[in-house]
Design a protein around this ligand. Structure first.
Ligand SMILES: Nc1ncnc2c1ncn2[C@@H]1O[C@H](COP(=O)(O)OP(=O)(O)OP(=O)(O)O)[C@@H](O)[C@H]1O
Ligand SMILES: [Mg+2]
Length: 235
């Protein structure tokens, strides 16, 4: 009997409405999303469509106006702050357009940080894991460099290693190559494709890059408040 794939993350009836002044601005409503184990989903859509808003809600960083987000079966926005942070720390890795590395810490220390915060393993194991990940993203010679001593592409590589250090069930990436020049963006994309193929982690990547999107298992387009599965051949 075939085993049905496990859902690692789901959004159910998600609505986000901003109340700026007197006019409410609904970005999306009644939005559904399911992410299965080991899959790679790309989300595309024009600027302002709500991709970052959606990713932040799915990752438990931003609260939906209504609806539920389940991470590993737990209703993330109904958890108390501390439990929500713990769940996020263990189950979700984030990579943003801007690296968000801590400037006063080295590459290695930045990658170890989620281990320290979540106490997911002892520090020695965490450091070994962080070093191994930095080697895998091609930075074995840059372990002790601070973010200011790294190039833009190298900083994103560190951010990717950091997102993976706690073996999360999914990694959410918001235009991870959007702030890089074309050549560096292609290099980081190639690295992402390689890692996506190697890890059992699921990946959701918001991207404007159609070549990268095309390599996903499923592509969604977010437009005028609707998240629609998109046929790859239409790219
Ligand atoms: N804190 C906020 N208050 C009010 N409106 C907001 C807030 N944050 C985002 N918005 C609005 O929500 C909409 C979606 O923003 P979002 O950043 O999610 O878009 P996006 O699809 O990620 O765009 P981009 O491709 O440019 O990153 C935009 O119209 C934006 O102005
Ligand atoms: Mg965005």
């Amino acid at each position: 009997m075939a085993v049905s794939p496990r859902i690692v993350l789901s959004g159910q009836n998600i609505e986000k409405t901003y109340l700026e002044g007197k006019t409410p601005l609904t970005i999306f409503s009644n939005l559904q999303f399911e992410l299965f184990s080991s899959e790679f989903v790309a989300i595309v859509g024009s600027s302002g469509a709500g991709k970052t808003t959606l990713l932040n809600i799915l990752g438990g960083l931003d609260k939906p106006t209504s609806g539920d987000v389940l991470i590993g079966g737990q209703n993330v926005h109904r958890l108390a702050e501390r439990k929500r942070c713990q769940l996020r720390n263990r189950e979700i890795g984030f990579v943003y357009q801007f690296h968000h590395l801590l400037p006063e810490f080295s590459a290695l220390e930045n990658v170890v940080m989620p281990v320290l915060v979540g106490k997911s393993m002892n520090l020695k194991t965490g450091r070994a894991k962080a070093q191994e990940l930095l080697e895998r993203v091609g930075l074995s010679e840059r372990l002790h460099h601070k973010p200011a001593q790294l190039s833009g592409g190298e900083r994103q590589r560190v951010a990717i290693a950091r997102a993976l250090v706690n073996d999360p069930s999914c990694v959410l990436m918001d235009e991870p190559t959007g702030n890089l020049d074309e050549h560096t963006a292609l290099e980081v994309q190639a690295l992402m494709q390689e890692l996506i193929g190697q890890f059992t982690t699921s990946f959701v990547v918001v991207t404007h890059d159609l070549h990268l999107a095309k390599t996903a298992d499923r592509i969604f387009r977010l437009e005028t408040g609707v998240l629609k599965a998109t046929d790859k051949s239409s790219f």
